[in-house]
Design a protein around this ligand. Sequence first.
Ligand code: NAP
Length: 303
Amino acid sequence: MSATIIDGKAIAARVRAAVASEVEAFTREHGRPPGLATVLVGDDPASAVYVGGKQRACAEVGMVPFDRRLPADASFDQVADELDRLNVDRAVSGVLLQLPVPEHLDGPALTALISPDKDVDGLTPVNAGLLSLGKPGLRPATPLGVMEMLGEVGVELEGAEAVVVGRSNLFGKPMAQLLLAQNATVTVCHSRTRDLREVCSRAEVLIVAVGRARMVQRDFVRPGAVVIDVGMNRLTPEEAGNKSGLVGDVDFAATVEVASAITPVPGGVGPMTIALLLRNTLQAARYQAHVDAQLADIDEDLL
Ligand code: NAP
């Protein structure tokens, strides 16, 4: 048996097309499109590429991109002031601080300054708390993208054994919370997990986000499992066996015969992240429009 390859590019393209048509409707209704602001501190080339991709994707679905750049030696207060300006700018629906920030800055402390209703990365303490309480809020885009993929392949999560490898605030923890909210039985593994292979081999849904090339081998995978590979590791094209040099945390060639469905790298989870970031921005714009309408009603009542 060979696994179904979950085509992240195709699913992401469908999400983006749906967002584009909803952005058109939003713009007609409210007289202005949603806006997404990215804040990049320093000139790390990989971060600049990610920000460029987000800016382009935003324009492609009819949203307004705001590209804010600060020098690598910007102080905490300078970055905080930029975030404050974006927080109060009514043309800006979503704000994201590109991580990692230079070492002298405290990334989590800066992220926490983003207004929770514009926090389209879902990383502020308020949105992380809402997720853990099971309340509505903005969720991190990559785990949302994984949920979208699991939906596409029709995985029944209720009661399923799900294993998430990696416990970062950016991915592993919110991923586990989203799975729990769908009534999966969730195990979260990390660098201190004893016998990772044995724990993974129990999973009906195995999601790996570690950052170690091809760590997950064939005997980690239960026959028939759905395997989602979030890892992005850069090797030489020769080592990777592809032009991009990108490989995941799962040894694709070794596991594709065992799994029932699997994401490739590249072309799997990667394209989903930006698509779900765009959907989050639309969600944020709708929420803000709803609050504005309520405030306008209150003003009218007072007059
Ligand atoms: P991270 O913050 O470095 O977290 C890595 C996690 O892996 C940690 O929880 C760590 O455990 C765990 N770990 C490390 N070595 C391990 C081992 N030998 N066995 C089991 N667990 C181990 O990384 P991240 O931000 O979550 O990202 C992880 C990977 O996903 C990276 O390759 C990243 O590029 C990729 N990623 C991709 C996207 C996308 O859009 N496709 C988005 C986000 C992340 P401890 O907590 O014990 O240290």
